[in-house]
Design a protein around this ligand. Structure first.
Ligand code: 6PG
Length: 242
């Protein structure tokens, strides 16, 4: 796992967007399929991307997919699409046909199946599994990622690309990318910043403790962890023998 530490959430977000653009630049002759997580952490990245990288982003070469979505309408404050649309997609020249929204307002089981079929239609396959060029993941303080929460091991080994999950804390239904397509992605990138992510970043980086985020992190092809000084505090103190 490659570790990228920057001073603040904003400088970390800038470094991550630059990293994404570098990966896209390595495939100038084809679409780049990238799946985004939601939650609050990526908001800084969307904002930085919209304000500092618009003119250097090949918007027509990028397909925007989602790792997960809350089962709410797109303009609901909880919507992962809604967050990205407000901060990024509505203010940059990305072709609408390149944006593949999970329909959070639809029947969850039907939408999980519809979206999985759409992904399979657009992405190359490997061992029967769609291969994203990049999967951007957040991580909850309980070690969840995508919307796969501790104990939901069936979602890590599911034969289905997307499944319906439930947030055990709020009982909110989610549509979630499952373990295998995450592990099969060309690259998995975690973005986790702030002191409240220090413990989970340390756990993620140092061991496979069985949490969903650790499970995928220690099985995926290529994994990068982008964090800030606060998020890396336990890692760097450990490496210094602190
Ligand atoms: C979601 C996300 C989820 C998120 C983590 C971290 O829909 O909530 O995809 O997996 O990445 O919960 O969330 P924060 O960035 O808000 O800490």
């Amino acid at each position: 796992m490659m570790l990228h530490i920057h001073s603040t959430p904003t400088t970390t977000a800038c470094a991550l967007v630059a990293h994404i653009l570098k990966q896209i630049g390595e495939h100038p002759d084809r679409m780049f399929n990238i799946a985004f997580s939601g939650g609050s952490t990526p908001a800084v990245m969307f904002d930085v991307w919209a304000h500092h990288f618009v003119d250097v982003t090949p918007w027509r070469n990028i397909n925007f997919w989602w790792v997960d979505e809350r089962c709410v309408p797109p303009h609901d404050p909880e919507s992962n699409f809604g967050l990205m649309d407000k901060l990024l997609l509505s203010v940059v020249p990305v072709p609408p046909s390149n944006v593949f929204r999970i329909h959070g307002e639809a029947d969850p089981q039907q939408e999980a199946a519809r979206y999985a079929a759409l992904v399979k239609e657009h992405l190359p396959q490997q061992e029967g599994c769609p291969v994203f060029d990049m999967v951007l993941l957040g991580v909850g303080s309980d070690g969840h990622t995508s919307s796969i929460f501790p104990g939901q091991t069936h979602l890590l080994s599911s034969p289905h690309t997307y499944e319906v999950s439930v947030n055990p804390h709020t009982k909110q239904k989610r549509i979630a990318l499952t373990g295998n397509p995450i592990i099969h992605a060309a690259q998995v990138v975690f973005l986790a910043t702030g002191e409240d992510k220090a413990k989970v970043c340390y756990d993620l980086y140092t061991s496979d403790n069985g949490s969903p985020s650790a499970y995928v992190a220690h099985r995926a092809n290529a994994v990068e962890l982008f964090t800030d000084t606060a998020g890396a505090a336990l890692i760097t103190s450990d490496e210094k023998g602190g």
